[in-house]
Design a protein around this ligand. Structure first.
Ligand SMILES: Nc1ncnc2c1ncn2[C@@H]1O[C@H](COP(=O)(O)OP(=O)(O)OP(=O)(O)O)[C@@H](O)[C@H]1O
Length: 273
């Protein structure tokens, strides 16, 4: 379980990115984090994995404090947090298997990591994870030979190879087409449920968040202005989060995507008929 209490971050520039944010994410729950540009979503994720130093407040994972740790303890604690990125952050010239194993680098000695000799338990786990994300037959391919959806599956397997207690997911589908986005989102939700993993997903696509998330947190100007199930995310709540103008524009974009997807499907059906 992740517990964030009164988290505040003011950057040196004077920007107050987060103001007294409190939230708890229980095991197995996937939370979608939404909000307009500059609302503080990335800052919240970065404070939790301590890439950004909070100004005040507390963050605890399974009861252990993450705030106030020295560099060594912080390195150890970071292993408990798996990260999944928008642009996948894979090492392109390495194989899929090597990329998954790189999730273990925080656990092996310098020499083992330098020579890339991983314990057999790590290799077995990596194969199991590749099987789970549907990439078993691609294990020996180079990462740069994969599609976007396959790369994100490698990113998921790599994060899981850390055996994390929390997943932080930053815009996992921003570089993917709508159908692949839904497949990736479904995979994430299933995996978190299977493993009892809590997750926070920074997500721009509101309809996708509404379709898949069990809970949505809306940030505006560094404050939590909505925290509830997707059914309660009404037009008026979305207007509170995004402001009327931005929300209307986003809704139009979403509709345009759906129309484009339906047209593409219809075209394919005609070609293959
Ligand atoms: N390194 C930084 N130094 C100074 N100010 C920053 C820094 N990073 C973010 N900010 C400011 O903090 C606020 C929140 O930014 P943040 O990137 O967390 O928002 P966001 O919701 O993730 O936005 P986006 O959706 O555009 O990525 C903004 O006002 C931003 O300008």
């Amino acid at each position: 379980m992740l517990t964030v209490t009164d988290l505040t971050k003011t950057y040196k520039t004077g920007d107050k990115a987060l103001a007294e944010v409190s939230l708890t994410v229980p095991k197995g729950q996937v939370v979608g984090l939404i909000g307009p540009s500059g609302a503080g979503k990335s800052t919240l994720i970065r404070c939790i994995n301590r890439l950004v130093e909070p100004t005040s407040g507390k963050i605890a994972l399974s009861g252990a404090e993450l705030t106030g740790l020295g560099p060594r303890a912080l390195r150890r604690e970071r292993r408990r947090i798996g990260m999944i990125f928008q642009e996948y952050a894979l090492v392109e010239r390495l194989t899929v298997m090597e990329n998954v194993l790189s999730g273990r680098l925080g656990y092996v000695s310098f020499w083992q990591s330098f020579t890339r000799r991983f314990p057999s338990a790590d290799i077995e786990r990596a194969y199991r994870l590749l099987d789970r994300v549907g990439l078993m037959e691609h294990a020996d391919k180079r990462a740069d030979a994969l599609s976007g959806g396959q790369r994100q599956r490698v990113g998921i397997a790599r994060a899981l190879s850390q055996e994390p207690e929390l997943l932080l997911v930053d815009e996992p589908t921003a570089s993917l087409d709508p159908k692949t986005s839904r497949q990736i989102m479904r995979l994430l939700i299933e995996i978190c449920a299977e493993r009892g993993l809590p997750a926070i997903v920074n997500i721009h696509d509101v309809p996708l968040a509404q379709q898949f998330m069990q809970r949505i947190i809306g940030l505006r100007a560094g404050r939590v202005v909505f925290d509830g199930p997707p059914e309660q995310l009404t037009e008026s709540v979305l207007t509170t989060i995004y402001g009327a103008e931005d929300w209307t524009a986003m809704r139009k974009d979403g509709e345009a995507d759906r129309v484009a997807e339906a047209e593409a499907v219809a075209r394919l059906a005609m070609i293959s008929a």
